[in-house]
Design a protein around this ligand. Structure first.
Ligand code: SF4
Ligand code: MG
Length: 328
């Protein structure tokens, strides 16, 4: 079986010293070695804050983030740095993540220079060349600067640099949303291929269900800082249980022409997480909310690989059933 290695348990919510209050509240998930967990939700739902928590960039006010059995420190001291090199981050904007004044091969070799003083200069160069090959960059591009490359090539540089130290965990925050659709597919295929070869686990954050479906072994849906549903990509996308997930799925373009789903339109914008509504925080926008939803927060219940936090999706006799939405 798969050993559970990475866990986040934050029963009391986040109180980051510099982050927004309560952007993540009561999330609880585990990530197995080599597994890709897709985290979906609208912007502002707490996905990026979750990434910062996992990486130890912000401290939870309660609960803890554990990596390979040990709590992730947030003090940015020696322990944190040692742990941090085993986790790497890929952001949405590759240009912002790169140094404009350095040729790309030097940037790919930079983590080796910092963390692998045991390697000779020649070994570092050879490793950088190998990483460039692995991400599909040509040797003659080594001396180029970031602005001389396309967006897709720049994201390849970021990926190569992230892989330089053989990380066990990649945190990818909207890694392809700044790229053209055709380039997105190339970068996603590259990440899949690299995962198969190197076995990293990933927290894969995206607002795009299609992207998450391609990449993830498991999907968690976030709303206002909480996980409201979890399951395999097939289960979550083909038989969404939670009304919020049902709305997300209905709004995404269907891959099956002719099998048009009724679109569920949610009222209003997501509220500010700091003033999350009482009870089920989705209740002001939920088309099927009942009285108890306004006062009673539904717990995230688990059954095997499936989890949902909705009073109506948790069938009385046990088991889960999709919340019965009115047909449009
Ligand atoms: Fe809607 Fe109530 Fe379910 Fe929340 S608990 S999603 S308000 S039905
Ligand atoms: Mg974000």
């Amino acid at each position: 079986g798969l050993a559970r290695h990475y866990g986040v348990r934050l029963p009391g919510g986040l109180m980051g010293r510099r982050a927004t209050l309560k952007a993540v509240d009561g999330i609880d998930f585990d990530l197995a070695r080599g597994e890709i967990l897709g985290l979906v939700g609208e912007s502002g739902c707490g996905k990026s804050t979750t990434a910062k928590l996992v990486l130890g960039h912000v401290a939870p006010s309660a609960g803890e983030v554990r990596f390979d059995g040990a709590p992730v420190p947030v003090d940015h001291g020696g322990d944190w740095r040692r742990l941090r090199r085993r986790m790497q981050m890929i952001y949405q904007d590759p240009l912002g993540a790169l140094d404009r004044r350095l040729p790309i091969a030097a940037q790919i070799a930079e983590p080796l220079q910092i963390h692998r003083p045991d390697l000779s200069r020649a070994d570092r160069g050879a490793r950088a060349a190998e990483l460039m090959r692995a991400v599909g960059l040509r040797p003659d591009q080594a001396a180029r600067y970031p602005h001389e490359l396309s967006g897709g090539q720049r994201q390849r540089v970021v990926i190569a640099r992230a892989l330089a130290l053989d990380p066990e965990l990649l945190v990818c925050d909207e890694p392809v949303s700044a790229l053209d659709v055709s380039v997105q597919a190339q970068v996603l295929n590259l990440l899949e291929d690299l995962r198969a070869r190197t076995g990293f686990a990933a927290l894969f954050i995206s607002h795009d269900l299609k992207v998450v479906r391609q990449m993830a072994d498991r999907v968690a849906v976030m709303y206002l800082g909480r996980i409201v549903e979890e399951g395999s990509p097939e289960e979550v996308l083909h038989r969404p249980l939670h009304p919020y997930t049902q709305a997300l799925v209905s709004a995404a373009p269907s891959p099956h022409a002719g099998r048009r789903r009724a679109r569920i339109v949610l009222r209003g914008d997501p509220p500010n997480p700091v003033e999350a509504p009482a009870g089920c925080s989705f209740h002001p926008r939920c088309p099927v909310a009942v009285a108890r939803c306004r006062t009673e927060r539904p717990p995230l219940l688990r059954e095997g690989r499936r989890a949902v936090a909705c009073h109506l999706a948790q069938a009385a006799g046990g088991g889960f059933a999709p919340a019965p939405l009115p047909s449009a």
